[in-house]
Design a protein around this ligand. Structure first.
Ligand code: PLP
Length: 459
């Protein structure tokens, strides 16, 4: 959506404020490197576009860390936030309740699989994972199965940066330094799939399932839960699973009496097509973790859903202390809950009409047409509105670039000059736009990413 940029930005009006980064410390960022490059100060957004304090506009190619669904400053979403703000911005959910929170609980139970009936709110994806793990651990204690303490997680998983989430995460580069303080976890390999023309070979999960099956055969009595990002491991660089993999993992967990925790923090709320992967595939997890797109990228809100059986195990007289000692101050924030309800309504409508599927197919086709076979792209992985491009010195050479060359970052800086904001993971470029992106903007995204690769790697 082309947007009109007002000439009178705050800085142009002579606002006394000037950027001063001497107090800044950004996440996942080498601050020495950032200090040496011009930073972008975002002032406003509209649709898929962000505008900085100088009035330059950029396509938001990472959907503001994979959260944005309906675009920035969406009139209907803004209106519900304003309306809620006129009532109350925040009131605690610790033993008290409010209408937006309660309505959202009911909506979440409606759109998630039949197994899930209870909603525990928090305010970020990592916390939603911590909560699922703690609930699983406590459930087994309360049920007298105190030996069930272990967790099985997948290689290269990413579930967030708090200690429980890091423990189940499998990223050496992100979390290796903190292993000493993490709890031990058993790992099984991720499906090793290569995408050909937008599809992965269904058999690429055979080894993964075999290992999981053996681990469960041998250790089910010691295992509390299996945790999984279904369909796509986002932070591992959009690593794809065959669509049937999830059902087979769920069946193994059920057969062995082990909880299944699904982390749909990234995959949920339309990112891969359906509102939720678990509902789409008919899989009934014991826990579901959601955040990011839950509020369309407007507010920090997350939730962990659980089954009635798990909920009931926590009931008892107060002095039995069976209840769950866990909570966050901004749990079920009413502004977040209100915007989430509206966003889900808009998303369901967008999916129902079929126009979303058409745009998503167009994205998939454009990505394949633009990057498949490019001499500096070793592999294209795409599902829904999530795409990863592994950059390489040349199509013939399987050797990666030296990390010191910062090729992924250089391509993103060039893309920024061209009006496109991307964020790499190492030398993998991630194209993860707001879900509202139209065909013209998809063309812009792919052509500018291509130009940035070509300009950076031309010699
Ligand atoms: C699958 C998955 N789980 C959990 C998280 C952590 O979420 P948050 O950054 O909100 O803590 C992320 C973040 O990218 C994620 O992709």
């Amino acid at each position: 959506m082309p947007i009109h940029i007002q000439e009178n930005t705050d800085s142009a009006k002579g606002d006394a404020w000037r950027p001063d980064t001497s107090t800044s410390w950004h996440p996942f960022t080498q601050m020495k490197e950032l200090a040496a490059m011009p930073n972008v100060f975002v002032e406003r957004g509209m649709g898929c576009w962000l505008v900085d304090i100088q009035g330059r506009r950029y396509l938001d190619g990472c959907a503001s860390t994979w959260t944005n669904v309906h675009g920035h400053a969406h009139p209907e979403l803004n209106a519900v936030v304003e309306e809620q703000l006129g009532k109350i911005a925040h009131s605690t959910y610790l033993g008290l309740a409010h209408k937006p929170g309660n309505r959202l609980e009911h909506k979440l139970v409606e759109i998630t699989p039949p197994s899930l009936s209870r909603v525990f709110f928090s305010d970020n994806g990592s916390s939603s994972v911590e909560i699922a793990l703690k609930l699983s651990f406590q459930y087994w204690q309360l049920s007298g199965r105190t030996g069930k303490t272990n967790v099985i997680a997948m290689n290269e998983a990413y579930h967030g940066d708090t200690f429980g989430a890091m423990s189940v995460g499998g990223s050496e580069i992100f979390h290796g330094r903190f292993q000493h303080w993490c709890f031990p976890v058993t790992r099984f390999p991720r499906p090793s799939c290569r995408e050909v023309a937008g599809e992965v070979n269904e058999a690429c999960d055979t080894e993964s399932l075999e290992v999981l099956s053996v681990l469960l055969d041998e250790n089910a009595d010691q295992t509390a839960a299996v945790i999984l990002e279904p369909w796509v491991q986002g932070a591992a660089g959009m690593q794809l699973q065959p669509k049937g993999f999830l059902k087979r993992v769920a069946d193994l967990c059920r057969e062995h009496g082990v909880h299944l925790i699904l982390d749909e923090v990234f995959t949920g709320f339309g990112r891969l097509g359906p509102v939720l992967v678990c509902t789409e595939t008919g899989v009934n997890p014991d826990f579901l973790c959601i955040a990011k797109g839950l509020t369309a990228g407007y507010m920090p809100l997350a939730a962990t859903l659980a089954t009635e059986e798990i909920f009931e195990a926590f009931l008892g007289d107060f002095q039995d202390l069976r209840h769950f000692f866990h909570g966050h101050t901004f749990t079920a924030n009413p502004l977040g809950a209100a915007v989430s309800l509206k966003s889900i309504e808009l998303l369901e409508e967008m999916i129902r009409t079929g126009e979303y599927r058409k745009r998503m197919d167009f994205f998939g086709q454009t990505v394949q047409d633009t990057f498949t076979g490019h001499r500096n792209v070793a592999e294209v992985r795409q599902r829904g509105f999530a795409c990863a491009l592994d950059l390489c010195p040349s199509g013939q050479s399987p050797e990666p670039f030296s990390p010191a060359h910062r090729v992924g970052m250089k391509v993103c800086l060039r893309a920024r000059d061209l009006g496109l904001l991307l964020r790499p993971i190492g030398d993998t470029l991630l194209l993860v736009p707001p879900l509202i992106i139209n065909e013209e903007e998809i063309d812009f995204l792919c052509s500018k990413a291509l130009q940035a690769i070509n300009d950076t790697l031309s010699d």
